[in-house]
Design a protein around this ligand. Structure first.
Ligand code: URA
Ligand code: SF4
Length: 199
């Protein structure tokens, strides 16, 4: 990628970040500490999309710094990926109190930021973590969302205004915090990602 291109990506993301930090489009601004814009490299080929910042993410404004983050790091390690080699963000940029599921109004208010991030980053692969992120991304790219248990680990193709992109829905790593046996399922899906990255 040309230096000039990298510089303009950086500028777009910085102005988006200012917008998000001042955003009051849904009620979550009232209870948030720090919005979580996203972390990692905006020049990465892989974009990881979670649901919403949790308690610790809200305190730090950083993605996946809690328990689910440890699981995510282990999974990324399986395919030799580091945080610096990907970009991570969420459907909602502000923490929903008591981690409530994102509601329609919150998603509709916030999703435009994610779409802009996709346009800036222009990833080759999007990993969607859990049903909320998967459904929103499937809808956006005209794919038919059914159930995460049916779709997870499968590779879907989408046409974008910057070319072809792959989408892989995955279980949310937080499920492995509550259900230990799920870690094996997540590992299986990450191994598929590893194969895809080699090809
Ligand atoms: N869970 C998410 O979906 N996103 C985070 O950033 C942290 C936990
Ligand atoms: Fe704005 Fe999104 Fe935060 Fe709602 S969740 S206040 S839309 S940045």
């Amino acid at each position: 990628m040309k230096e000039q291109q990298k510089e303009s990506k950086k500028q777009f993301m910085e102005s988006l970040s200012i917008e998000i930090n001042n955003c009051k489009k849904c009620d979550l601004w009232k209870t948030r500490n720090k919005p979580l814009v996203g972390d990692g490299s905006i020049n990465a080929e892989i974009l990881v999309i979670g649901e919403s910042p949790g308690y610790y993410e809200d305190l730090q404004g950083k993605a996946f710094v809690g328990e689910a983050g440890k699981i995510l790091d282990n999974l990324l390690g399986l395919v030799n990926l580091k945080r610096k080699g990907i970009y991570i963000t969420n459907v909602l940029k502000c923490h929903p109190p008591r981690n409530h599921n994102p509601n329609r109004q919150e998603i509709d208010s916030c999703i435009g930021y994610l779409y802009k991030q996709i346009d800036i980053i222009k990833p080759k692969i999007i990993l969607t973590l859990g049903k909320f992120a998967s459904k929103e991304i499937f809808d956006k790219f005209n794919l038919d969302f059914t159930r995460i248990s049916e779709l997870r680990g499968r590779v879907f193709e989408a046409e974008t205004n910057f070319g072809k992109m792959k989408i892989i829905p995955l279980y949310h790593p937080a499920v492995a915090c509550y259900h230990n046996e799920m870690i094996g399922e997540l590992k299986k899906d990450f191994e598929k990602l590893g194969l895809l990255m080699k090809n």
